[in-house]
Design a protein around this ligand. Structure first.
Ligand SMILES: [Zn+2]
Ligand SMILES: [Zn+2]
Length: 263
């Protein structure tokens, strides 16, 4: 049994065959998917993600304002997120939030301010957070140290592609580390060596689909069923059976979110 800890299946890339995609995931042993609603908060994107989770027992929901869209965060967006959390028990995380200094789609000072703000809001709401960070390791760690040090709520560093120092620091801060298809890429030797060393109780797997399709499906649209390939890669790296990797990452996911899936 596997769980895709981070997917984007509510978007237009899956409009033509979303039901089949979810069914293929189930057939592949992917019993749950955490679908992450992102995009312009005033476009209906967050509502779209929440309603998908309401419809499918295996699809859980996270909502938040991605660092790319930080400039669109305002009081109305914040009220909307809080209202959606209130109305849907299927929203189990606040995210993805963080810093992306690679693309700089929003000004950096705005990204920082909105990241801090959402960490506080998530803490108040009692929700775990999902962190996106790119080319902003030091800034991310500094902010997490100051804003995520209250009640012991878990968090996930999603689509981890950072340095071994970042991995060590976020593990110290209590975070889980989620690996995507990047870990299967030919050139990802350094990432694979990090993935070998992450403590077992901190490991998660994800697709981040429709992007980052793992080997051997490169060139195709990514989908939750392919998370098995991420698990396979991690299992080989760590010298354990694929099924065992599925059990470990599923148990971690259930523990973080207080879910009771039969493992
Ligand atoms: Zn991300
Ligand atoms: Zn994402």
């Amino acid at each position: 049994m596997f769980i895709d800890s981070h997917a984007h299946i509510d978007g237009p890339e899956f409009d033509a065959d979303r039901e089949e995609v979810i069914q293929r995931a189930l057939d592949a042993g992917v019993s749950a998917i955490l679908n992450v609603g992102t995009g312009d908060p005033h476009s209906g994107a967050l509502e779209r993600a929440v309603s998908l989770g309401e419809k499918h027992p295996g699809v859980h929901t996270a909502i938040g304002i991605h660092p790319h869209d930080a400039r669109l965060y305002d009081a109305r967006a914040e009220r909307k997120i809080l209202a959606l959390i209130e109305t849907s028990s299927r929203v189990i995380a606040w995210g993805e939030i963080g810093l992306d200094f690679h693309y700089d789609n929003s000004p950096r000072d705005v990204q920082v301010e909105v990241f801090r703000r959402q960490l506080r809001m998530a803490r108040n709401a009692g929700l775990p957070v999902i962190i996106h960070t790119r080319d902003a390791e030091d800034e991310t760690v500094e902010i997490l140290k100051t804003e995520w040090n209250g009640p012991k709520l878990p968090g996930i560093m999603h689509c981890f592609s950072g340095t071994s120092q970042l991995a060590r620091k976020v593990v110290e801060l209590g975070f889980l580390i989620s690996f995507s298809g990047i870990v299967t890429f030919k050139k990802a030797e350094e990432l694979r060596s990090i993935a070998r060393d992450v403590p077992s109780d901190r490991l998660l797997i994800e697709t981040d689909c429709p992007y980052l399709t793992p080997v051997p499906y490169r060139g195709k649209r990514n989908e939750p069923a392919f998370v098995v390939e991420v698990a396979r890669c991690l299992a080989e790296l760590r010298g354990i059976e694929l099924e065992e990797m599925g059990r470990i990452t599923t148990a971690n996911f259930c523990r973080v979110f207080g879910l009771d899936l039969a493992v």
